[in-house]
Design a protein around this ligand. Structure first.
Ligand code: SAH
Length: 239
């Protein structure tokens, strides 16, 4: 059970996620150990639960960040380009940057772009990332870039992306996002189940979909597990 993974330090939390099998891949574990969640979560940073970050947004639970990285891992290589939609606190954007960074090779082209439509949250993500030397380097080098925009449209200027992560529940598998995937490429996206009329899209009716664009351009969609995310909305947010 995910909540039992909470720790009193960052490393204890990540070790617990690893011990329970919620994180399986060593690269994911290392990338998460490399980012102190206390720089991104304003309270209960090492609890395995979502925490409010203002504007109706939450930093997702650590096990959800772990799942997202596990599903995307094959598409997170040195030189990969990644789009993190609904970047919120910026935590996952930082972890994703760790995953496309290699200490041994000089990289060209790798970049993680975080998008959020709330300017205050984009500023928050910047400020959070500036709390570590590595984060400051990522911002200065342009390896990480935060943009204020409607994430439902993706970010065409940076496309194609090897991996797209969506951190808020979408109404549909936006075809424009699939267009911006590289072939091969993968998207991890929570989507409201058809007919889910619960308040603002919250509640039991959302599922993670993994969308693969194969080398030949064919698109394969798989519904993998049920989740509860804040919704991907118009700006200003409908509460
Ligand atoms: N991965 C983030 C999740 C933040 S919650 C984290 O763990 O910190 C979801 C985020 O999606 C919120 O920050 C919200 O502002 C953002 N969001 C909602 N609708 C959006 C839209 N249409 N475009 C871009 N971002 C959006």
């Amino acid at each position: 059970m995910a909540w039992y993974c909470s720790g009193s330090t960052n490393s204890e939390l990540i070790e617990n996620l690893s011990k329970t099998g919620l994180i399986k891949n060593e690269r994911v574990k290392k990338a998460m150990l490399g980012v102190d969640r206390a720089h991104y979560a304003p309270s209960r940073a090492y609890s395995d639960s979502p925490q409010p970050i203002g504007h109706g947004a939450t930093i997702s639970a650590p096990h959800m960040h772990g799942h997202a990285c596990e599903y995307l891992i094959d598409f997170l290589q040195p030189s990969s380009r990644v789009l993190d939609i609904g970047s919120g606190s910026g935590y996952l954007t930082h972890v994703l940057a760790n995953l496309v960074s290699s200490p041994t090779t000089t990289q060209t082209g790798c970049q993680v772009i975080g998008i959020d439509h709330i300017p205050d949250l984009v500023e928050l993500a910047h400020n959070n990332m500036r709390k570590s030397e590595q984060g400051r380097e990522y911002l200065a080098s342009g390896r990480v870039k935060f943009i204020t925009a409607d994430g439902r449209l993706g970010w065409n200027e940076g496309a194609p992306y090897d991996a797209i992560h969506v951190g808020a529940a979408a109404e549909q598998l936006h075809p424009i996002l699939i267009d911006q995937l590289r072939a091969p490429g993968r998207m991890f996206i929570p989507v409201n189940a058809e007919g889910n009329q619960t308040a603002a899209g919250r509640g039991g009716g959302q599922y993670i979909w993994v969308v693969d664009k194969k080398e030949d351009g064919s698109v394969h969609k798989k519904k993998v597990f049920q989740v509860s995310y804040v919704p991907l909305t118009d700006y200003p947010r409908k509460q």
